[in-house]
Design a protein around this ligand. Structure first.
Ligand SMILES: Cc1cc2nc3c(=O)[nH]c(=O)nc-3n(C[C@H](O)[C@H](O)[C@H](O)COP(=O)(O)OP(=O)(O)OC[C@H]3O[C@@H](n4cnc5c(N)ncnc54)[C@H](O)[C@@H]3O)c2cc1C
Length: 417
């Protein structure tokens, strides 16, 4: 992702700002978790800086205006579990109109999509052994490929790589709302008052001395406390390093890889021919397929969603492959005519994004406990937040935001001790 279509970013202010040489709290990453942490520290009397590698806030929340009449979220779009979602109040406070229409899909509800999963999780809990979620699939059931496709949308990964206990720990209330102006735009407004340093990639966190020393692409600073919110794949790949090394964090992050979900938006001619907020999903016997949202908010477009290994294959095939696949599938369902009615506007490439390296975390079989390990502070000075550290709302933006706030609670408690 780049900052081409960034809402809420002001280059001039940021680029003139030099890094402070020392702060009380440094927050690494200006996604939902980092912004949640920064907002929670707002009246704490501490000096704070959010160090962000990109030239915009939001991380995996990014709204782009792809046409005058089409707003598109490249990342998160839904306020999942809206009745427990902290962004709902934030949206109301910031005057972002919330759309409460039911989504055209229902599969975020793991229990509903996979009623057998609950029984399998119960069994895993009873015999104390986590296992792959695919174990609940009835061998030879003709619906298995489609169930697996749904897993790629929910988890970003096929069921054979997903922990059954972790999947069942997700708290879904079945209420899913949206923000008309875009979730990324909401995130940018939420972060507008935060002390931010953009284009500031953190490379090393040296916690060997009295103060924590942070090496960045824009120079060095020290902090009393650090809150790390970068996606797990960056910790797992040691793209951001610790000295002394923290092998337990690297291991925890490796147990919580980011799966892949990618989106594409296509402009639609003669939109009236299709229903607003419709859903289109075709081949039921395949895992390698997209799912389509027709005319979201009534806009003249179709959004496609791909997950798991198929999304990776499409990304690897290069820019434009998602759009080409989507057009092929839609023309297959609705008729050849749609080839001329559809035009690619934009597609995401989250696996190739160097500061995300994927879409959202899932626990590998046997690693359901990794979220708590990743979230645990180190020496009362290093704190960890981000969607992957949420015990019940992992993989979501509100789970990430709340985890930032939670980390601040630990920072403040550690300062008193
Ligand atoms: C396609 C897609 C669809 C989604 N749909 C939904 C949805 O409908 N609803 C929902 O709730 N969630 C959804 N999500 C998930 C949601 O977007 C994420 O869970 C959430 O935004 C993660 O927030 P975070 O703060 O944990 O991480 P991020 O948003 O990734 O923030 C981390 C920040 O750290 C920065 N960073 C990385 N490395 C460095 C470094 N070395 N130095 C400094 N900064 C660094 C990154 O640039 C980034 O800004 C979706 C995600 C994707 C990709």
């Amino acid at each position: 992702m780049d900052g081409r279509d960034k809402p809420g970013h002001d280059d001039e202010i940021d680029d003139l700002m030099s890094l402070p040489s020392e702060v009380d709290v440094a927050i690494i990453g200006a996604g939902a978790a980092g912004l949640g942490a920064a907002r929670a520290l707002e009246n704490s009397g501490r000096s704070v800086i959010v160090l962000e590698a990109r030239d915009r806030v939001g991380g995996r929340a990014h709204t782009v205006q792809v046409a005058p009449d089409v707003t598109f979220d490249l990342g998160c779009g839904w306020l999942h579990s809206a009745d427990k979602n902290s962004f709902v109040k934030i949206a109301e406070h910031l005057n972002f109109e919330i759309n409460e229409n039911l989504p055209p899909w229902r599969e975020r509800a793991v229990g509903n999509a996979f009623p057998q999963a609950e029984a399998a999780a119960e069994e895993a809990r009873n015999n104390g052994r986590d296992c792959a979620a695919s174990t609940f699939l009835e061998p030879g059931n003709r619906w298995n490929p489609m169930i697996d496709a749904i897993s790629t949308y929910i988890n970003g990964a096929e069921l054979d790589t997903v922990s059954i206990l972790d999947m069942e720990a997700y708290e879904d209330t079945n209420i899913n709302w949206r923000v008309r102006r875009g979730f990324g735009a909401l995130m940018a407004a939420y972060g507008a008052s935060c002390p931010l340093a953009f284009s500031c990639e953190v490379r090393l966190i040296d916690h060997s001395g009295k103060r924590v020393r942070i090496e960045t692409s824009r120079g060095v600073l020290t902090a009393s406390k650090v809150i790390v919110t970068v996606p797990t794949n960056l910790i797992a790949d040691e793209a951001i390093r610790f000295f002394p090394a923290l092998p337990e964090k690297v291991d925890a992050a490796r147990g919580l890889p980011l799966g892949l979900a990618d989106k594409v938006v296509l402009a639609l001619d003669e939109p009236e021919a299709l229903p607003k907020e419709g859903n289109l999903r075709g081949a039921t016997m395949r895992t390698a397929m997209g799912t389509y949202h027709l005319r979201p908010f009534g806009q003249p477009c179709i959004e496609g969603f791909f997950g798991g290994r198929f999304a990776r294959e499409l990304e690897d095939a290069g820019e434009g492959a998602l759009a080409a696949q989507a057009i092929d599938e839609i023309a297959g369902f609705l008729g050849h005519d749609y080839r001329r009615k559809l035009r690619p506007l934009r597609e995401s490439r989250w696996a190739h994004d160097p500061f995300a390296r994927g879409s959202y975390s899932h626990a590998l079989p046997g690693h359901a406990g990794a979220r708590a390990l990743l979230a645990a502070p180190v020496d009362g000075r290093l704190f960890f937040a981000g969607e992957a550290t949420s015990p019940n709302f992992f993989s979501t933006a509100h789970g990430a935001r709340d985890s930032g706030e939670r980390a601040v609670g630990k920072v403040l408690a550690a300062s008193k001790a």
